[in-house]
Design a protein around this ligand. Sequence first.
Ligand code: ADE
Ligand code: ZN
Ligand code: ZN
Length: 344
Amino acid sequence: MTKEPIRTRAFSWRECLAVTFGLALLCPFRATFGWGPEGHAIIALISEHYMTPAALTRASDLLDGSTIVAVASWADDYRRDNRQTGPWHYIDIPLADSRIDMARECPEGDCVIGKTEQFLAVLRDPKADRQTKAEALRFVVHFIGDMHQPLHDEDDGDEGGNRRHVIFDGHPDNLHWVWDSGLLKHITRNPEALAAELESRITPQDRADWEKGTIEDWVMEGHRLAQTVAYGGLGNGNPAMITATYERQADPVVELQLEKAGVRLAYLLNTDLTPSLAWQESERSPQPAPSKGNPDAKVWVNTRSGAYHCPGTKWYGKTKEGEYMTQKQAQEKGYHPAYKEPCL
Ligand code: ADE
Ligand code: ZN
Ligand code: ZN
């Protein structure tokens, strides 16, 4: 773990008052946009490690040969020219709260929870076109990362810490930037090396535990870390000092959140990116199904994977998410038989 000061020094307050617009990004008040590029790259690298070959191929195909690592910060670039997408990257749950109020904190689905769920649905949608799916993939890769940054899951009247002044490395900065990038820059400067080290710590039991729960649960996990560690260890100073003790408590949280984000992203992409090979093929060259089976058969559709199950088979009525409908309706909606053969 390197501890050299590798960050470009932030300007002093006096320098900041004097800077021109072009240099304003270097000021302590700069608004930061999610884990920095390093954090998002680390999460995507970990995710690639746990993705199935089919999901990796599908991602590469949608991204025209690029990788989820290369596009992991695209949504932050997009945000600069598309300001209305800013709130998609976080959810301002009041720091003191212990529950999410979706109506208040995610109006019209415009928050990191609403948008992640919306773009995952696009990935699962057999009717969505390639371009729409490619964009949805870039957003999902980024937002799963953002929601694991605890300060993206809260607000303390300070824009998720963007307006909370701190001293980091002896220079003025803001708490949000410290969590997006500052702590990570002290941990290592090489995303590949850190990703490999974090992967080596993840056990099969960790993966099973972390894949449980909902997106809301994952966001509340981050929110509690904001309460207990990010703000809990800060003290009342203004600016507050980011001390070595603070960093010792925060670093393992940053590392664990990166690990969880990588594992959970892979889990979602493995299920939602490759519901079946059948519809990927049909997307390229639409082909009529050779036999459609009995149109009135009552089938069970796994709405997460896009596969439907015939009466009497193992998963009929049993998958976590799903609904009954006739085989005709299932086929019209673009679902496919789970075992290639339609129900008779
Ligand atoms: N802007 C306002 N609230 C924010 C948050 N929680 N995270 C990032 N940017 C924000
Ligand atoms: Zn951020
Ligand atoms: Zn972001």
